[in-house]
Design a protein around this ligand. Structure first.
Ligand SMILES: [Mg+2]
Length: 236
C-alpha cells in the first residue's frame, strides 16, 4: 500500500492544529526495524552497503533499500519481526489526547511504509505516514521504492522531514519534532527548543551543536509534554 502522499492535512477553512512531526523507528518504536532485520537475517552484503553509504557512494535510501531487498525470509518471519518492534504501549491513547489538545500527529520516516503502516494498524492508530512505499515477497525481500510523487520528496532519504516541518511553519502552525537519528537533525533544527524532542544519535548531534532540546525515552513523554502546551489564542 502506498504511503499517504501528503497534500493538505486539514480541510480548507478549518483552523489548523499544531503539528507534531515524528520519526518512527526508535522514536515511536523501541526497536529500529532495520536493526531487527539485521539481527534476524544478517542480510547479504550488509557491510558493503553500509560502507558504501558512509563513503558517499550510496545514498541512505540506496543502502537501506539494498539491505531490505537482501532479506530472504517467509511472510510469517516478517510478521514476527513486526510484532517485535514494540511501539509505545500508550501510543493510541496519546495520539487521541494530542488530537483533543489541538495537535495533529504526522509520521515522517526514511524507512518503509510497508512495516510502519502494519505496526501502526496493530497499535490501533491512524495517522498520516510519509515514508518510502514498499512490498514484501519471500523471493525478492522487502522492495522499497522512492516516493517521487510526495510533496516532501528527497532523492537521498525518500522523505525530506525538514520540508515537512517547513511546510507546517509556513502555514502558521506551531510545529514540534521528535526523533532519534542523524537523518532527523535538519528537521529538529527548525523548531523551537521547547518543541524539539530528541534521544540517542539526534540528542548527541544537537548537543554537539549546542542546540537545546527536550530529552525523551518513550514517545508518550513527548505527547504528554505537548499536551501541556496551550494552543488556545491568548485572551484579551
Ligand atoms: Mg529513527
Amino acid at each position: 500500500m502506498p504511503s499517504t502522499p501528503g497534500g493538505s492535512d486539514a480541510s480548507p477553512g478549518e483552523s489548523l492544529p499544531g503539528l507534531l512531526v515524528t520519526d518512527f523507528d526508535g522514536t515511536i518504536t523501541r526497536h529500529d526495524f532495520f536493526n531487527l532485520v539485521v539481527a534476524e537475517f544478517a542480510p547479504a552484503h550488509l557491510e558493503r552497503y553500509w560502507d558504501d553509504y558512509e563513503a558517499g557512494r550510496l545514498t541512505h535510501f540506496e543502502a537501506l533499500a539494498g539491505i531490505f531487498a537482501s532479506i530472504r525470509g517467509s511472510e510469517e518471519q516478517m510478521r514476527q519481526l513486526i510484532r517485535r518492534a514494540e511501539p509505545d504501549p500508550q501510543l493510541a491513547e496519546w495520539v487521541e489526547r494530542l488530537r483533543q489538545a489541538g495537535w495533529q500527529v504526522v509520521v515522517a520516516s526514511a524507512g518503509c511504509a510497508w512495516y510502519i503502516e502494519q505496526i501502526l494498524a496493530q497499535a490501533g492508530v491512524t495517522v498520516p505516514v510519509h515514508a518510502n512505499p514498499g512490498t514484501f515477497h519471500p523471493q525478492h525481500g522487502l522492495r522499497m521504492t522512492l516516493p517521487t510523487d510526495s510533496p516532501v520528496f528527497s532523492p537521498t532519504l525518500g522523505i525530506d522531514k525538514a520540508a515537512l516541518v517547513r511546510r507546517g511553519l509556513s502555514q502558521g502552525r506551531q510545529v514540534a519534532f521528535a526523533g532519534d537519528g542523524y537523518p532527523d537533525v535538519n528537521a529538529a533544527r527548525l523548531v523551537p527548543a521547547q518543541r524539539r524532542f530528541a534521544r540517542h544519535d539526534l540528542a548527541r548531534a544537537l548537543q554537539q551543536e549546542r542546540l537545546p532540546f527536550r530529552r525523551f525515552e518513550r514517545w508518550s513523554e513527548v505527547a504528554q509534554a505537548l499536551c501541556q502546551v496551550s494552543l488556545l489564542p491568548p485572551r484579551g
